[in-house]
Design a protein around this ligand. Structure first.
Ligand SMILES: C[S@@+](CC[C@H](N)C(=O)[O-])C[C@H]1O[C@@H](n2cnc3c(N)ncnc32)[C@H](O)[C@@H]1O
Length: 281
């Protein structure tokens, strides 16, 4: 190897020593090997790895294969909700969001809100209030209305089909924003979304987020309520499409008759429809 190095002596230093400059020749560089790997090369590793992991944990293979295939099939079967990559949303690449990384969907919602610049935002389903707070922080001009049931027992009186029983194991609705500087712009509302009086907001809501009960009947009722209060340039965002059958079924039904197209953002649970042109054709 040292044959490839050229020795070059520089003028002597003041203390009489010599400096040495070593030049690496191109031949020396050629010794680096290039390993090209494509899908065919990883087939044995994938097959043996899958067999080994399935023997160790047979349930995981069933869950991943069947769950993954079912999720893909639903997206493929959607007849009136278009699946798009996030970069189809006009201008989204230039929108910074400053949020913890624990929820990509929340970051996507906040980025959409930054594009829409709502003056009034309505969320159905407050829960702890993490999304309420994140939207308030990223949309400083917005007043945020957020609606939830008045207490844990109210689920027993809900007029339509409830989902997600586990959400009632805790009851601290809105605690995430209660002591935040943004709380001044957040109006916490209580009631069953199926019987709540939305009429004071008619025509005033620029952006809405539907994320309460995920049954077909509640998503339909919540969407119809929001459509009555949406402004002429309003945007509706639904959460948990396509994972909840009720949300999937209702949005694919609605997509056929709604004036504006419904889009699902790939790799998220976010679906939206806007009266503004938010998506590149
Ligand atoms: C999935 S959580 C909401 C999560 C929240 N949007 C977020 O992003 O952090 C659903 C919430 O909807 C509320 N909810 C369920 N059914 C409701 C109803 N009929 N009316 C109002 N709120 C309801 C539940 O109490 C729960 O807090």
């Amino acid at each position: 190897m040292f044959d490839d190095l050229k020795r070059l002596f520089l003028p002597r230093n003041q203390d009489g020593t010599e400096s040495l400059l070593l030049l690496v020749t191109p031949h020396n560089l050629k010794m680096k090997t290039i390993k090209s790997v494509n899908s065919i090369n990883i087939i044995p590793r994938v097959i043996f790895g899958a067999i080994a992991n399935s023997l160790r944990d047979p349930k995981s293979l069933r869950q991943r294969l069947i769950g993954g295939a079912w999720a893909l099939l639903k997206l493929q079967a959607a007849n009136s909700v278009a699946n798009i990559d996030i970069n189809r949303v006009t201008g989204i690449e230039g929108v910074p969001v400053n949020l913890p990384v624990d929820s990509y969907d929340r970051a996507v919602l906040c980025a959409l809100a930054k594009l829409v610049r709502p003056k009034a935002f309505f969320e159905i389903g407050t829960y702890v209030g993490m999304t309420t707070l994140a939207v308030a922080q990223s949309s400083p001009d917005a007043t945020i209305y957020t609606l939830d049931l008045p207490g844990p027992d109210a689920r027993n009186d809900a007029v339509l089909e409830m989902s997600d029983e586990y959400l009632f194991d805790r009851w601290d609705r809105g605690s995430a924003f209660k002591n935040s500087p943004e709380s001044i712009r957040i109006k916490q509302l209580t009631g069953d979304s199926a019987t709540f009086d939305f009429s004071p907001y008619a025509g005033k809501i620029d952006m809405a987020f539907i994320d309460a009960s995920h049954s077909y009947s509640y998503v339909k009722s919540d969407t119809e309520a929001i459509l009555r209060i949406l402004s002429p340039t309003g945007t509706i965002v639904w959460h948990d499409y396509p994972s909840y059958p009720g949300v999937f079924a209702y949005l694919n039904e609605l997509g056929a008759s709604l004036g504006s197209k419904i889009y699902h953002i790939n790799c998220t649970g976010i679906a939206f429809s806007s009266r503004m042109a938010l998506v590149n054709p």
